[in-house]
Ligand binder design. Sequence first.
Ligand code: GLU
Length: 420
Amino acid sequence: MSITIDKELNPWEAQAARFDFAAQKLKLDDGLWKILRYPTREIIVHLPVAMDDGRLEVFTGFRVQHSIARGPGKGGVRYAPDVNLDEVRALASWMTWKCAVVNIPFGGAKGGVICDPKKLSQTELEKITRRYTAELIEFIGPEKDVPAPDMGTNEQTMAWMMDTFSMHMRQTVTAVVTGKPLNIGGSRGRREATGRGVLIVCDEALKRLGMQREGTRVIVQGFGNVGSNAAQLMHEAGYKVIGIAEYDGGLFNKNGIDINKLVEYKQRNGTVVGFPGAEAADPKELLTTECEILAPCATENVITSKNADKIKAKIIAEGANGPTTSVADEILQDKKVFIIPDILANAGGVTASYFEWVQDRQGYFWKESVVNEQLENILVDSFDAVVQYAETHNVNNRIAAYMLAIDRVAFTIKQRGVYA
Ligand code: GLU
């Protein structure tokens, strides 16, 4: 396939390429194809914020609702300097497919604000969050669209969103967002859920490929919420985590890195760089270093036409959204790499968000063991469904996941009928 590098690296193009291919394989009705190819609603907001130095600044934010056919919109809010509408569109579409793959009653949505959270004070972040929420007031809600954390946002951001929404409604509405702190309607196990999901799908992949946890070498890219929890849980489960690649440096130890110690080190120092239990390594080179599992858990476009042919991993577990471009997919397919696609591999987060939403609406909170057990049930079933689908239809795992998801969403639309 010959496409320009700009197009290859545009997440919306990456999503659309897979969607078109899967829709064609499914022989999706042309009208349904038109409905599902583009988002239902795209909102752009401009947010005036009084900065700490007294200056007024205006930030731009987005919320895209790709589909609300199977339930309320669902998906995170990203704070990053390079967020743009095409990226949010792609991420919103991926949420639709992700929720359908794990068969939870949500559509797909995503939000973003163009800002650099590393350079903003807590007060400024709070003001951005509250104004963003206020601008979206009529578009979000437990039955409409339920935001959650993503890159650059966290439990505190969700607490501010929940509080702002609740002030406008004149009542506490915990189920308007998920990923909240525990004592204001958060769920036990939500924080670790995306990383736990990566562990669960890797375990399933090992079973399929006749491999064992012991001695399986893992390289994790990204050490934020997803990467650090995935690495820690895999380390504790007996995998050998030999490499960690972060944006500011990498670590390598052929005998395995003690991830519990690394988590403590990062908490103290704010970085993994300088950790005494491993050698310093080039984060880019770690992606192509020999290992059994490569888990990209940071952001988009990490595996591209530039490095895909040098990847040595047998399994790629996509903790991030969109880490592999569609051109890289073809190269990896030729190399017979077993890909656990993002819309399955990182679906643990939104699945636990679903449990949080259910608990908030019931006002009854589950033990962590219940959350983890339900999470495992859903992810194991979804993994089996995707791999089965791939075998039956002779397509790769990613296309199988898209086909399964598109088919479920299309079926729902047909059943509901189109208000046209
Ligand atoms: N931001 C996460 C994702 O991309 C979680 C979304 C959610 O929990 O709604 O899946």
